[in-house]
Design a binder for this molecule. Structure first.
Ligand code: NAD
Length: 492
């Protein structure tokens, strides 16, 4: 199948001498620039404005000024703005998908089929929810006339990672905006393209100036000042536990409510009666999706010892069939890792895992794109061994998994729960009653059965322990999380 070329809109966007920030409904250049690298070639494809503290302040001031009008707007009018933005995203799907794929290295088929349309749907979902939501609850009390009112916070800050930049932007900001908050977004400095392109669509959708502000830059230079800003009323951070803890601490100092959606080290529990072909296919897909750079993927595979050989053979065969290639090649199933840093990180983990005694079931192989002889490509690989191994314990963020045999299900559940991450696990069994019981015993925000990576609007999602606090994308809980409660009471 052919490799596509970026369309005229994507090309014109990339060819700007500097892609500016989007602040107060306008484009804003910076003195400093950052190069954006296409991980399929290792070449620079664009230059973006690198925001500093002054840009953060302009964005926060704009969001503060825009808040009274946006929050005071009739809910239906606000929802109409968000539906228009969803429509604009769908109209520009191909351009956004191309930018997202060039930037992250993900296959164009995935950006077209999931990242962009699922992001657009999010604005529709939360706009509809906002129109059905309850903003006042009367209280039935003796001798007091009282009610609870739900109100937006004000300017909300968002800091996003590089792995699903567009979808996470939509999942993160849509509920906050629908609830009447204004937003200031620090996009990942590694993958900011599709998020910055949104500035154009936000303008075309007629969203008032200052309601959505977007910039990118180094985290310590413009992310930290955002979390520290005196006008900030709510903070949402998605990224590593290490930076998440720092953001939580900064917000804690000023008691700014803070939502943290952090990393994971998910497990898959494959029981003796699992449909092994389905488990092999599902888990091979889970670790190759986005080249394994997925927070909720399953990278610890607990396999019943009686089926270990059969499962390993099936999953190895499925992984070896993965079509690895450039993100803009229509036939690609798995693209490169996002950066040289990430390629080095994954290969270092593999080497350390072997040095600590793990055995390679499927060896790691770095391979360049045959057409360009460059890029950050790597084949999926598997290790097995005991649990006292760095590759078992730490989040690697690559197309890799660590196989651990077990004999007793209760013991396996206890071992899975021993790590401090708690994002997403899955249970694979044909006995649905037992599978449901096992799923309930795994300590995490999400337990999936006979599938891994289950997302839908209306299905809450979040993490516990080292995986975060107060998640809940795609659900009413997320929407209500962006409204503060206020009790109004009068003694009778
Ligand atoms: P990261 O924590 O390094 O960076 C995330 C964001 O924080 C980036 O925009 C970065 O610039 C910014 N940042 C860095 N230092 C900062 C500082 N001192 N102050 C403020 N901001 C700062 O994470 P990453 O490498 O971009 O992404 C990978 C991580 O994200 C993984 O751990 C992954 O599991 C996690 N993640 C979690 C979810 C979820 O929903 N739970 C979703 C996607 C990714």
């Amino acid at each position: 199948m052919p490799k596509i070329l970026p369309n005229s809109h994507a090309t014109a966007f990339l060819q700007q001498s500097q892609i500016p920030s989007f602040i107060d409904g306008d484009w804003s250049t910076s003195q400093a620039s950052l190069a954006v690298i296409d991980p399929a070639t290792g070449a620079s494809v664009a230059s973006v404005a690198a925001a500093d503290q002054a840009v953060v302040d302009q964005a926060m001031q704009a969001a503060h000024r825009a808040f009274p009008e946006w929050s005071g707007m009739p809910v239906a009018a606000r929802a109409a703005c968000l539906h228009r933005l969803a429509d604009k995203i769908r109209e520009n799907l191909e351009t956004l998908a191309q930018l997202e794929s060039i930037d992250v290295g993900k296959p164009i088929e995935n950006s077209r089929g999931f990242d962009i349309p699922f992001g657009a749907d999010c604005f529709d979902y939360f706009a509809q929810l906002s129109e059905r939501a309850s903003y006042t609850t009367p209280l039935e009390l003796t001798d007091i006339d009282a009610r609870v009112e739900r109100k937006p916070y004000g300017p909300c800050g968002f800091i996003f990672p590089w792995n699903f930049p567009f979808t996470l932007f939509c999942w993160g900001t849509a509920p906050a905006l629908a609830a009447g908050n204004t937003v200031v977004v620090k996009a990942s400095e590694v993958t900011p393209l599709a998020t910055l392109y949104l500035g154009k669509l936000i303008k075309e959708a007629g969203i008032p100036d200052g309601v959505i502000n977007i910039f990118t830059g180094e985290g310590s230079v413009c992310g930290q000042p955002l979390a520290e800003h005196s006008l900030l009323k709510h903070m949402s951070f998605t990224g590593s536990p290490q930076i998440g803890k720092l953001i939580g601490k900064i917000c804690g100092e000023r008691l700014v409510p803070c939502k943290l959606e952090l990393g994971g080290k998910g497990a898959a529990l494959i029981t003796h009666d699992a449909d092994l072909a389905a488990a092999a296919e599902g888990l091979a897909a889970a670790i190759t999706l986005n080249t394994g750079q997925v927070c909720c993927t399953a990278t610890r595979w607990f396999v019943h010892a009686s089926v270990q050989d059969q499962f390993t053979e099936l999953v190895s065969a499925a992984l070896q069939k993965t079509n690895i290639g450039s993100s803009l090649d229509e036939a690609t199933q798995m693209g490169p890792l996002v950066s040289k840093t990430q390629l080095d990180r994954v290969t270092n983990y593999y080497q350390k895992g072997l040095a600590e005694g793990a055995t390679a079931v499927l060896e790691l192989e770095v391979n360049s794109d045959a057409s360009t002889n460059s890029g950050y490509f790597l084949k999926p690989h598997l290790l097995t061994g005991d649990e006292d191994n760095i590759c078992y314990k730490e989040e690697i963020f690559g197309p890799t998994a660590y196989i651990v045999p077990f004999d007793n299900e209760a013991d396996a559940v206890e071992r899975i729960n021993r790590l401090s991450y708690g994002l997403a696990n899955s249970v694979w069994s044909t006995d649905l009653e037992r599978a449901n019981q096992l799923a309930g015993k795994l300590v995490a925000g999400n337990s999936w059965i006979n599938a891994h990576n289950v997302f839908a609007y209306g299905l809450p999602y979040g993490g516990v322990n080292l995986s975060g606090l107060g998640g809940g994308v795609n659900s009413p809980e997320t929407f209500y999380g962006y409204l503060r409660n206020q009790t109004i009471a009068r003694p009778l």
